[in-house]
Design a binder for this molecule. Sequence first.
Ligand code: FAD
Length: 297
Amino acid sequence: MTIRELLGDQTPTLSYELFPPRTPAAESTLEATMRTLALTDPDFISITYGAAGATRSTSRGVVQKLAESHTIPPLAHLTCVDQSRDEVIQVIEEYLDEGVRDFLALRGDPPQGQPDWRPHPDGLRYAYELVTLLREVAATHGIDNLSIGVAAFPAQHVMPQWRNQGLEVLRSKQEAGADFAITQVFYDIGQYTSLVEDAKAEGITIPIIPEVMPLATARRAHRASQITGVPTPSEIIADLEAAEDDDAARAAGVAHAARLSCGLLDAGAPGIHVITFNKHDAALELVKELPLRGHHH
Ligand code: FAD
């Protein structure tokens, strides 16, 4: 079943995000992590797609492995940056050939530390163009069960200067054919509910799955806020820093993530997408706390 179809029934989805391994050692750890996560019967696993060429091909490897094992459907992240339109088409065609039907269409971030960076002259500029392209390529191949996700940004939505542009961008993604959205990380249920309500009021009705990040260390919390630009709340940092050891810190991070996730499900979220950092401990401890008993499997 594609994610679009899964979201059609009322049972909340459970899913995880992994990133492609960067070393052979990381590759075998990742396989063990996937096997352990599989025990919770996730509805899908998403695989990020990096800006550097090297990690793009490893992303393809992980997605392919999941697609071919027919156990957990992969959600393949795809980005526009640093690729020509033809290169993007080639990646889409390879994925379609392997049976991948779920895509997360993103713009991607320009590579860091390259002040002279310019967009690819023959590339796509925005995520909604990638949604359109995915629909076109699938149609050329006679595939009619594509399922496309896009990014949404609750923490940005509550900033008055971003609100209207954010909604316009989300609308352009829906109009291009997006079936659902996954959010950037955030820590305040109110940010999510205002995004969902304001979007609905504007006719943007695609399901919006919240992303939740169980933070196991203060270092990771700082790094996450650097990468996303969404500050980690000071009470989470304080609890992580006050913990006596690694286990206590992880338990504190999981407790915060569990409170947020339960509140989101109560508020009607269509699922929970758990960021794993390729580690299973915190993710599994979080899932144990979630009321996801009526699961699809
Ligand atoms: P877009 O919708 O294209 O937006 C990019 C910028 O352009 C925004 O500022 C937007 O306001 C503006 N914009 C959009 N449309 C228009 C328009 N028509 N006219 C003018 N301006 C416009 N990055 C990766 O590199 N790899 C990943 O695997 C990855 N996974 C992610 C997963 C999730 C769930 C999320 C939330 C983000 C992920 N990202 C990933 C990061 C993402 O690529 C960045 O946040 C990026 O800056 C925005 O992506 P977008 O898809 O929303 O882009």
